[in-house]
Design a protein around this ligand. Structure first.
Ligand SMILES: Nc1nc(=O)c2c([nH]1)NC[C@@H]1CN(c3ccc(C(=O)N[C@@H](CCC(=O)O)C(=O)O)cc3)C=[N+]21
Length: 295
């Protein structure tokens, strides 16, 4: 039976460490602040944004949400971002994705000051991360997965990591981080056009799944002893539960647990770690802005 990798518990430890660092900054007169821009009223996005700002406040940081109407124009959204870019009390800016179709999300992400881009989605940060420059903000989900592997003593050197999915937000930065000196993994990325997915996933020493499809990975598709990281966040109807739904990942947890060495649950795995790394990036942004003012 697989060991559970508990993202909630790792997050609790990391957030306690960070609360201490926030207190130290506050003693210097700096309160780290995150502003989240939410366009429209998608219930899942509203829930994620609320948990991000709540996590900020629990650490003694400022968490602010700017909720803009679904039909906001590109110019109005840019003006809001300009204002946050210029506000010295705002250290981190996050524009919640996905955006409505009429808004060009790449141009929007490029409009954020790269020094406040705590998501790490601005091309400058993506490029810095790609070349291994420590000044980059690392996207929160990849950073959270690396931190989990490190803290759970999962070796990566020379191991075959198979990543299912090719997203800009998770898979591409994660592949580049895992193959870099340090982690030293051998990395394969598969995606919707990869024939015979199982022939790849069965080779994985570490299998990372970031697609958004319930039960994509079943027990027959993994090698005994594999470490499985499930990035999926899928809602399934559950009329008996308080919210009317429950969260599941992309992996058939019960089946794959029979053969895996370790596995991250959903909820309580990668999700909380993503939020923890967002807090870490906001703290880093606040520290760097303090340093910039002293030089
Ligand atoms: N600019 C931007 N940055 C993001 O980082 C970003 C985004 N847009 N858009 C959407 C995705 C999704 N995402 C999640 C983070 C944590 C949980 C999380 O903590 N989930 C809980 C369960 C949540 C529940 O039960 O409702 C868990 O896995 O334990 C979920 C989803 C960040 N995203």
């Amino acid at each position: 039976m697989a060991r559970n990798i508990d993202g909630t518990e790792i997050s609790r430890v990391m957030r306690a460490e960070m609360a201490q660092q926030v207190a130290e900054l506050q003693a210097q007169g700096i309160t780290p602040g995150l502003s989240v821009v939410l366009v429209g009223n998608n219930p899942a996005s509203q829930a994620y944004v609320a948990s991000k700002t709540r996590a900020c406040e629990a650490l003694g940081m400022r968490g602010q949400t700017l909720n803009l109407p679904e039909d906001v124009s590109r110019e109005e959204l840019f003006a809001v971002i300009d204002r946050l870019n210029q506000d010295p009390a705002v250290h981190g800016i996050l524009v919640q994705l996905p955006l409505p179709a009429h808004l060009p999300y790449k141009a929007v992400l490029e409009h954020i000051d790269p020094d406040k881009d705590v998501d790490g989605f601005h091309p400058r940060n993506a490029g810095l991360a790609f070349v291994g420059d420590p000044r980059a903000f690392i996207p929160c989900t990849p950073a959270g997965i690396l931190e989990m592997l490190r803290r759970e003593n999962v070796p990566t050197r020379g191991r075959h990591v198979v990543i299912v999915g090719r997203s800009l937000i998770v898979s591409k930065p994660l592949a580049s981080l895992l193959m870099a000196p340090g982690p030293d993994a051998t990395v394969t990325i598969t995606h919707r056009h990869t024939p015979d997915l199982a022939s790849f996933t069965r080779q994985a020493d570490i299998l990372i799944v970031a697609v958004g499809k319930q039960n994509l990975i079943t027990r027959d598709m993994v090698k005994p002893g594999v470490v499985v990281i499930d990035v999926g966040q899928n809602r399934v109807d559950d009329p008996g539960s308080a919210r009317g739904f429950r969260m599941v990942g992309d992996v058939d947890f019960d089946g794959v647990s029979q053969v895996a060495e370790a596995i991250t649950p959903v909820p309580g795995g990668v999700g909380p770690m993503t939020i923890t790394m967002l807090l870490a990036n906001t703290l880093q942004a606040a520290r760097q802005s303090a340093q910039a003012r002293h030089t």
